[in-house]
Design a protein around this ligand. Sequence first.
Ligand SMILES: N[C@@H](CCC(=O)N[C@@H](CS)C(=O)NCC(=O)O)C(=O)O
Length: 221
Amino acid sequence: MENIVLYAIGGSAPSRAVLLTLKALNVPFEYKMLNLLAGENRTPEYLAINPHGTVPTLVDNGEIFTDSHAITTYLVDKYGSDDSLYPKDLVQRAKVNQFLFYEATVVFDRTFIHISKAVFNNNNVIPWAKIDAIYKVYDSLEGFLKVHPYVTGEQLTVADFSLVATITTLFTYAELDAGKYPKIAEWVKRLEALPYYAEANGVGLQQYKDIVKSIGFRILR
Ligand SMILES: N[C@@H](CCC(=O)N[C@@H](CS)C(=O)NCC(=O)O)C(=O)O
């Protein structure tokens, strides 16, 4: 058995950010898939590991980590053959942290989680304001990508993994207009070209989209 155990599910964007990192680093791990729809994240056993009941959770040699941003940065620090995905340079590291917090506090928290939770709880009429919040995110991300190929600059980092997992999931609710957001469209293509992208983000993303399609949703203007 591997030392690293990942509790996750492909449909979850933060889980996919961790999968992208593990695949990029080529680190072996045991994948424990949790079916959130069946409440497998609310069992006493899982809550004993992660009292918040969320995925992903990563256990490395008995140490437990319950947030994707903390997990991806830890993995690069511990298992990276170099620091390119999470630079040790103070300025570059601060920029990566900045975009990890942007993903956590703006992209995920102001848009995705509220829409997704509602849809998965049979409340599938989405007020326009919530969709508009997604377009505001696209506006800011387009601005951040104006001069660089990746969010922090010239180099791919875990901030790109974190953001691409959530942004591509938001496409489910607010399709990206490549004419209006060319930099985001190019950035997504750049990430899709990574050899591990399809396995780490593509498959789970499609699973998420299929579930939402089967539930259906309507936007209330
Ligand atoms: N900040 C956390 C967010 C984790 C999170 O909210 N995951 C969702 C799935 S995308 C979840 O587990 N939801 C189940 C629940 O809240 O009960 C991270 O980045 O790891």
